[in-house]
Design a protein around this ligand. Structure first.
Ligand code: SF4
Length: 206
């Protein structure tokens, strides 16, 4: 399947798009390093890892490996669930609470529940991503939206440390075969090698 145009993975009406954020992290469309006639395979990335200032405090969490290494070989599709679903920048921090199997999303101090808003956006966005040949996804660790295995879920005085953010959970449920990783693991040689191997193998199947 041919690779989509860069903008295809972005909702043109998303708050991020309206705010002028470059959903591709400012990267140009690439071709495969092995076959210049073909477009480079695409991977999704939590937008803050690309240096995009989309975090609740207006900052970013640029990851050098993603930005300097993966960007050379892959088309990077930047996604920020919290900004794209309409929470804006800056915004009140959010956290997950309740049942670890079905956590709910609340603002930290004002106690506004955002579960429905986020889930509605996720449903739309995953539908868009079905049109994109993603062969992997790099998620930001610990985030209530993007964390893959390290997100805190608060409930009844106890903290569950091994939860999954709402977007990461929905993504892995919808696309169980696509290789995923938290950015922290890209700095562990073994975990990184396993992810790259899975990426390569999955990319060849597409
Ligand atoms: S962790 Fe996810 S939701 Fe939070 S700023 Fe980064 S991309 Fe956005």
């Amino acid at each position: 399947m041919p690779m989509p145009a860069l903008g295809l993975a972005s909702s043109p009406n998303s708050p991020a798009a309206k705010s002028g954020i470059n959903k591709t992290g400012g990267m140009t469309k690439k071709t495969s390093s092995q076959n210049p006639a073909r477009p480079a395979p695409a991977i999704g990335v939590s937008a803050c890892l690309l240096g995009m200032k989309v975090r609740w405090d207006g900052g970013h969490k640029q990851d050098w490996y993603v930005r300097k290494v993966l960007a050379k070989h892959f088309e990077l599709v930047a996604i920020c669930p919290e900004n794209e679903c309409g929470l804006g920048i800056p915004r009140e921090p959010v956290r997950l609470e309740g049942d670890p199997d079905r956590p709910r999303l609340f603002t930290l101090n004002s106690r506004i529940e955002l579960t429905g808003k986020m889930e509605a956006w996720i449903e739309r966005r995953l539908g868009e991503l079905e049109q994109v040949d993603l062969c992997g996804f790099v998620f930001k660790a610990k985030s209530p939206s993007c964390g893959l295995k390290s997100t805190k879920i608060f409930g009844n005085g106890s903290v569950f440390l091994s939860g999954r953010g709402l977007f990461a959970a929905a993504f892995t449920k919808r696309f169980p075969a696509i290789p995923v990783v938290e950015e922290n693991d890209l700095h562990d040689p073994l975990a990184k090698a396993i992810f790259i191997e899975k990426l390569t193998r999955f990319g060849k199947l597409r």
